[in-house]
Design a protein around this ligand. Sequence first.
Ligand code: FAD
Length: 493
Amino acid sequence: SSSPVSRTAQASQLFENFVQASTCKGTLQAFSILCRQLELDPLDHSNFYNSLKAAVSTWKVKALWTKLDKRAQQKVYSQNKACQGTRCLIIGGGPCGLRTAIELTLLGCKVVVIEKRDTFSRNNVLHLWPYTIHDLRGLGAKKFYGKFCAGSIDHISIRQLQLMLVKVSLILGVEIHVNVEFIKLLEPPEEQTDVGHGWRAEIRPSGHPVSDFEFDVVIGADGRRSTLDGFRRKEFRGKLAIAITANFVNRNTTAEAKVEEISGVAFIFNQKFFLELKEDTGIDLENIVYYKDNTHYFVMTAKKQSLLDKGVIINDYMETERLLSPDNVNQEALLSYAREAADFGTNYQLPSLDYAINHYGQPDVAMFDFTCMYASENAALIREKHGHQLLVALVGDSLLEPFWPMGTGCARGFLAAFDTAWMVKGWAKGKSPLEILAERESIYRLLPQTTPENISKNFEQYSIDPATRYPNLNASCVRPHQVSPVLFLSVES
Ligand code: FAD
């Protein structure tokens, strides 16, 4: 039995360990120690945040509680009761799955996130729109990552973003399971059984407790190759576009600090730069972006002929898949190509361009085909079986694939996360399935056209209510009777 003073200090230290944890596993471990030592029940989602706040009340965390309270008190959440009793499964712990989880838990849903991996290892850097920076600040981003968007920085590495969103999610009562892979939906059984009577998921490993979780809403946030079926995909075929990403070690020296970043928008139109690059090096690019983050991160779109000329691509094939298949790519030549482009792009000012090491222990360079971009035709659908309705939705890359050099993934991804939470709120309020789907489709039509310029500038007013974000919203441009019948699937047998 320790004194109240040392208990307070201990609580504060445990919480600080959690806040400072720098890996996915480390975060989950620090969280479980925190809960055990402070006797908090993380499964008690409606009371968890308040209990944690009461247990960790030192001045050091006050600023964080103030921020999160401000968010949680937005009217749309009805004091954490807007969706009381609604149970949600989110597939994928990427930035968009986690951002959706945070909104749903604030609405009062029971939220379970399953993530098939247990590491956050993506060095690649996401461009943030002004509203996303404002949004993340409001969730205490600076507390979790001190360097968050300092000065004029408007980007963050994917892994740092995931890390901070996991922490906010846990604090707000989201249940997160790593090393758990979604396989498919399981329909409710005809007869009520011991295991239950609602919608469940088949997962790997099969004996995991999440396989007993019954839910009313399932969100596909598992990236570009979504596993949820029932959604048709639209393909946008552009002209051949081959993108290369490269990450170099950042030693944070003064010399490195001085080198200027290259923002995408500025350089896409800079003809002279690309001509000189081609003349001097034989490298022919359509665009290049450079962000200084945990790594020196470059993403560029390269022309096929220059990749052939420089021996990066060995043989020329018509089909892009064959063209970029590993056995047709000279990895050494690719490393040199990206390094040379990075060196020229930064005017040879980066002292040493040593590749950072990726998840597989290899130099962090990758080449991707962006010729075809996918978008889901619809954002949501409803299934019904033996009287149990299930709302199924997609967010993030699963919904709309981004073009990396433009960095639309996170910005449009978060907008869709908010729109989805708004739909879940309507669903919990008892709106009819066709009304729900019609409104969601109407809002989804705006998403591919959004830019930092045409969304509302009043970030302070942003909430999950689409009217606060889209100035030209017509939430009923799709009428309930126009909703495709395939989206309301009554799977009665
Ligand atoms: P993701 O970030 O892809 O997250 C999906 C998550 O779901 C992953 O953690 C995955 O492990 C998990 N998952 C997948 N299947 C299952 C399953 N069956 N069960 C459970 N979990 C599952 N954008 C840029 O702007 N610039 C870049 O340089 C860039 N590089 C990228 C590199 C890679 C390798 C990838 C995959 C994406 C990259 N992106 C980049 C895109 C960017 O990461 C996304 O737009 C952004 O992270 C938002 O995506 P998301 O949350 O929808 O999906």
